[in-house]
Write a protein that binds this ligand. Sequence first.
Ligand SMILES: Cc1ncc(COP(=O)(O)O)c(C=O)c1O
Length: 374
Amino acid sequence: MTLRQVSEDAIPLARPVVGEAEEERVLAVLRSGRLSLGPALPEFERAFAAKLGAAHASAVSSGTAGLHLALRAVGVTDGDEVITTPFSFVASANVMVYERARPVFADIDPVTLNLDPGAAAAAVTERTTALLPVHVFGYPADLSAFEELGLPIVEDACEALGSVDADGVTVGARGHPAVFAFYANKQLTTGEGGMVTVSDAALKERIDSERNQGRAPNMDWLDHDRLGFNYRLSDLACALGLAQLEHLDDMLAGRTRVAAAYGEALSGIEGLQLPCPDAGLARRGWFVYVVQLPAGFDRDSVVRALSERAIPSKPYFPAVHLMSYYREKFGHREGEFPVCEDVAARSIALPFFPEMTEGQVELVGRTLRDVLGR
Ligand SMILES: Cc1ncc(COP(=O)(O)O)c(C=O)c1O
């Protein structure tokens, strides 16, 4: 059985596109005996940087690891404040806590669902040392507005492979450290994994060293000249990534096609908010298809009702500041970020993957319509 032959019966929430190209690349690494720190690592980094038009790229073991190293690389440290969005995956804020910095949340834009530049500006204090905007659901954050604040920026591009920002620049190529993630539901997967793109060779060197226990490139394993982590990505994973890169354009086009089909299947459902359309030069690199339910519906009941009809969905994202850890550690409460809280309470992710058929999209659309009674 090839990896492609999986059950066609049930609609999954997400499904990677992996086939013979992936099998061949991974087998070649297995046969080579160089399973880690071999040639596939720099090959994947160079191919990824070239694809995006970035100067350098460093492969790491996850998006979270990449965000952690990128924050360290721009100098975030103990006691600093870093401004970010509460409408993201929890990793965006967790990485600040790893460095004993404080995540300072600011509310989001109700249309793009990204960090609102005005709210971010209002949250700056003398302790603010960086901004961490997230390109939520692949829609590019307003980078030129954040740049006006004059602070170092780390872009959480974990959901934004294939996105283009409002100035027409490919996300990852603007010059700020930008972090991508390769978990199995992402536009490109290595199973687990991530990549940091940077414009500066010295930053790449620092990130490469810190992902490998603080070892410099010219140093043997007996001495390490700084603190580091084991955030390496294996050559097996890099081989998978290289094969995925070769058909990335097709996979992205597949996601765009499925998103367009959803736009039709869900049109006219009163009160249902669909992902915002691209504005100006901005292009969404489609990652998930998230809708906000009309006001007055209980989101969890809708998720349950869909599941009873064999359609998987999930609440996505829950607000980070209202998670138990963040409530307890930082004293956050309901009402602090009303736009985020309203959006988070009504958001569900529907099944979404490049090979989803029009028939599957229509079925999801019909079922959601039925469940909502609209
Ligand atoms: C916005 C965002 N940030 C960070 C991450 C973390 O990536 P990883 O799961 O590879 O650590 C993800 C992954 O789901 C994400 O969606």
